[in-house]
Ligand binder design. Sequence first.
Ligand code: PLP
Length: 398
Amino acid sequence: MAYNFDEIIDRKNSNALSTDGFREHIFHADSTMKFPYEDDEFVRMWVADMEFATPQVIVDAIRDRLEHRIFGYTKIFDPEYYNTFVRWTEERYQWQFEKDHLVTSNGVIPALYELVRFICKPDEKVLFVTPSYSYFKRAADINSREYICSDLINSDGYYTIDYDDFAVKASDQKTTLCIFCNPHNPTGRIWSIDELKQVGDICIRHGLWVISDEIHCDLLRIGNTHTPFAKIFPEYDKIITCMGPSKTFNIAGLMISNIIIPSSAMRSVWKEFHYGFENPLSIAASQAAYAHGADWLDHLRVYLDENFKFTGEYLAKHLPDAKYRISEATYLAWIDVGSYLPAEVDLPLFFANNAGVLLEGGNMFVRNADGYIRLILACPRSMLEEGLRRICEILNSR
Ligand SMILES: Cc1ncc(COP(=O)(O)O)c(C=O)c1O
């Protein structure tokens, strides 16, 4: 193997959210919150970043940029940034967009926070499907916009869209925006062209804006393909696409994402209100990732596929009543352990206290998530095995 995904890298003393931020982020607590485990005894499977080193081509590009030694105010002026990224979307998704449509942001979440405010007037509503990445709700909450949820249909762990329900909620006069996660966090679904068409047709019928959050689009199980939402509706300029190198190449801390806004009116609003500077090291990293990171990504995907398979086999053997399917995309495993625990159990707290595993689950995913835990599988197999061992052991001991 050309890359060592089995390497354990100690993240202590690196200001990592994963090691130092879990009390605040999972439990809304401060450093006084105590557990039966020391902090470094936890197996961390919660925040969606990877335990793998970012590819060397990215480290080298950052180092090259460092050697320049001046880090003054920076924006993306060089057309090579666009050229590199659009080559990536063309090769991977047979999709391209105009250069003018691309803006950047210090992450997809900051973009969501702004776009909700730009799109929805104070009395208008945001629609998304549930279970959901919690920041979709948060984007509505912090802007004091109402949100409406349409529950996905769960058939034995396979999630599909309830089009009738979605259409009713989209037809609400006050619904003006749908935030759609494609591929979907937490279920790992890759929406088919037909599914995207149906959702898109409903949104278009009611004149909704769509923010298609495609941050997980590069992390597909081998053999699967991703379809950008906007590719299906090239004439409809109210679909905004969010992509980025942060999940794909484990550079979330570099805070750079690509936002494609086809509407010139919305781009004008964005340009007026968005504080649009970028970190020069992040620009170098992002460009290098898309120019030279494909080989690393191909190998990563092989390793992730094996981790998903390993998880399935482990659960089948040790936790036969858990419901688990290999996610079509993402490095997130979405597992129903509801038959092992009473419904009222706070899942993250239970596993932190009783198994020494940090994970997310249940109502952290807004709703329609009872009994489910989400595990990050982007870690060395030895860590994964230890996390699964602890989870299975505590559930079997009850
Ligand atoms: C669906 C989705 N959108 C956005 C993000 C975060 O994006 P960023 O780090 O670019 O703000 C995540 C991270 O887990 C995610 O799962």
